[in-house]
Design a binder for this molecule. Structure first.
Ligand code: ASP
Length: 384
């Protein structure tokens, strides 16, 4: 029986590790191509805005209160940085997000993902990759949304900036060049979505914004960088591989994602906030628990009540790095593993939006760690 259970978990692990193949027709009609050489590979540039195409308010040293003057359009930015046109033909599509990325919600990534699946991943598409512009503040949320839903092996590279385009030494221009170089490189395939910033490539799955102000901000503190850029070209430290335990979602029939609220755990936390969030419409909760996801007794009790009512609750660690580890015997609460709350919220939205059962949601978050930890001699150690 135990062996059967273990085999089922292993099989589930294998099934989770492949993109969802859905047949789609290619539709490049919404891309406006900029090209100086029709023999170059084609990429899509999905622009949602951000500091990379913003302009100063107060002068060339203003990297704090910028955004007052209009910045270049994505097409102007491409033409202003015309070296990129020696690498690729670039098809631009804008998804304007006025007011900065803090105001964006998940319908943006759903929208971009549906375009990417029709343009980049459709059978017969001659696009080799995509670059996405995004404000850095919530970039990870859109980026993980795309990483989990763009269902092919072609690279999706996020390019952003911490300094406006009019700064004395803007970072966005070289980030853009390098992102395009990565998007056209066959070596970038099958690695999941990546971020090209500050001369480095990081995995969207594992990274987060670690500094509110400086260009060296996106890091995977535990897993490290995937590669760097030398002479503008990507150089990967290892061969291609996808993050362990990654799950792909098919969004072709999803029109809307359910609201999921994140609640921050701290000393003196008010457990009533869990009920308030659900009363306000949350269809799932992500709790940030101090340490590896420790929850106050009152929060645990509220979570048990709400999970009994069918509200999925995922517990993520509060430290900037580490793992929220599932216990040996599954309980009501689901543990986020390596995902911090910002990644976990998006995955929970996708899982609920895909109509997954509670057990399937748990499997998406926990199956990989469970089979890694609670196997072999640990079955004896943990009484399984
Ligand atoms: N204001 C920007 C944002 O929308 C910040 C940035 O792009 O770095 O996130």
């Amino acid at each position: 029986m135990l062996f059967l259970l273990f085999s089922v978990i292993c099989l589930a692990g294998v099934a989770l590790a492949t993109p969802v193949a859905t047949k789609r027709d290619v539709d490049l009609s919404t891309l406006s191509f900029i090209s100086i050489n029709s023999s170059l590979p084609k990429i899509a540039l999905y622009s949602t805005g951000g500091t990379i195409i913003s302009a100063l308010s107060y002068g060339p040293l203003d990297n704090i209160n910028y955004g007052g003057a209009p910045g270049p359009t994505p097409a102007q930015f491409v033409n202003n940085n015309s070296e990129v046109l020696n690498l690729a033909q670039i098809g631009v599509l804008s998804f304007p997000a006025p007011g900065g990325s803090a105001g964006i919600n998940s319908s943006l990534f759903l929208n971009v993902s549906q375009y990417a699946n029709k343009q980049l991943c459709a059978e017969g598409s001659d696009l080799v990759g995509a670059v996405v512009f995004h404000g850095t503040n919530t970039m990870i949320e859109t980026a993980i949304g795309l990483d989990l839903t763009v269902n092919c092996s072609k690279p999706v590279i996020f390019a952003a900036a911490m300094r406006p385009d009019t700064y004395i030494s803007p970072d966005g221009r070289s980030n853009f060049y390098q992102a395009v170089a990565a998007a056209v490189s066959p070596l970038s395939r099958d690695r999941g979505a990546m971020i090209a910033m500050n001369d480095r490539l990081t995995s969207v799955y594992y990274s987060t914004k670690t500094n509110a102000n400086t260009p060296d901000t996106f890091k995977a503190l535990e897993q490290g960088f995937l590669g760097n850029f030398l002479g503008g070209q990507p150089h990967y430290y290892f061969g291609a591989s996808q993050p362990t335990g990654k799950h792909w979602f098919d969004t072709s029939n999803i029109t809307d994602l359910p609201p999921v609220t994140i609640l921050y755990g701290h000393q003196g936390v008010d457990a009533k906030l869990l009920y308030n969030a659900v009363e306000n419409g949350a269809k799932g909760l992500v709790l940030i628990g101090p340490g590896p996801g420790a929850l106050a007794p009152a929060v645990n009790a509220a979570a048990a009540n709400l999970t009994a009512q069918g509200i999925p609750i995922v517990d993520a660690m509060r430290p900037v790095s580490g793992v929220s580890v599932p216990p040996p015997v599954p309980g009501a609460i689901i543990y986020s593993g390596y995902f911090d709350a910002e990644h976990a919220r998006v995955q929970l939205q996708l899982a609920i939006g895909s109509g997954y059962s509670y057990d399937r949601i748990r499997e998406v978050f926990e199956a990989d760690l469970r089979s890694a930890i609670y196997s072999g001699h640990n079955k004896v150690v943990y009484g399984l």
